[in-house]
Design a binder for this molecule. Sequence first.
Ligand SMILES: *Cc1c(COP(=O)(O)O)cnc(C)c1O
Length: 404
Amino acid sequence: MSKLSNDTRGTRTTAIHGGEGPDPVTGASAPNIVMSSTYVSEEAAGFSAHDLDANSPYLYSRWANPSVVSLQKKLAALEGTQACLCLASGMAAMSAIFMSLLSHGDHAIVSDVSYAGVGELVRDTLPRFGIEVSLVDMSNAYEVARAMRPNTKLVHCETPVNPILRLTDLQQICKIAKAGGAKVSCDSTFASPIGTRPAEFGVNYVMHSITKYIGGHGDAVGGAICGSTEDIAALNLEAGIHYGGVLSPFNAWLISRGAATLPLRMRAHEETALEVAGWLEDHPKVTRVIYPGLKSHPQHELAARQMDNFSGMISFQVGSEAEGEELANRMIKQLEIIHYAVSLGHHRSLIFWMATAGMMDSSFRLEGKQLESYRDYAGDGVFRLSVGLEDGVDLIRDLDSVLG
Ligand SMILES: *Cc1c(COP(=O)(O)O)cnc(C)c1O
């Protein structure tokens, strides 16, 4: 047994040893994968999930699985929360939060810009269940305060937000939500727990697509929600056990292996992203670069305060929609290292063109001031670049070859 308490351990140690240890039976240093769906009981017990508590033995892998539990403990330790629930995807985690916390007649305030799937879920699905949704620019705390109602149960933000990398001041938003008796959830996928730990600012539910930075290798889809023991137990009962979108033990094992190097990878992502963002800013064909680590980011001061690591996500513009589309087509044919593909946070660099008109039609549907704020960051469209772990000079050469 280690004499170091978990509180005194550094982040790199926690990422490696959190939630795991040598196998008590075989002494295996690396964790085994437990694929079993069921477990042989040692004594008669109840058959309802309501009979379970944290100390119950394993009974059935939809209720709890050792490989998934190990990852949950690692992620809770990295986020600095008491508990974590892993589910089959980031969207499963997101729908678990909305559907478990909100009922007919409740009101939620959600960021007007978000991961596209989240944007569509809150606009199209929640109202069908009688849940009222206000879509608000979360970089403006005044707008959040103005949107609060007596029946507001949840305020959901995303920082930095996909795909424009606008930030939310978590401390401010939490203060407003709590004053009105609402809980706060935050999609922290772009920041990773190395960049921001939203629970430190008062966020109740910290959500991640662990498909992205936490898994880090683009080979496993999964989602996580970190929070208090009580909140996570309630989510596990309703969303994990009853909705049933649980994470496969094999994916949990792959994502745990990825998570072990998260602190080292994030440092490299940030270092290379700064190099590439600086180079893009000086490129004559590039009209705007958005990266929280650049002084030119409109919220750089907030980013420096709220983020310990600026992550590896860069968005940049090249002019009109036609120019963007033409460059996207050149990228598809000519890029040699960077993959033209959706997703992010992998060791491989990924880039994707997101035209503003298309994003508005399909996901965000913004008008007036809200559309103006979006266009202020994105213009007619952005290239969303997820800077991987390759050498910065190779990424720059690859981008230079298509930018001309
Ligand atoms: C990818 C992503 C999601 C959805 O996660 P999946 O694992 O693809 O279901 C949600 N939020 C953000 C910010 C994401 O990048």
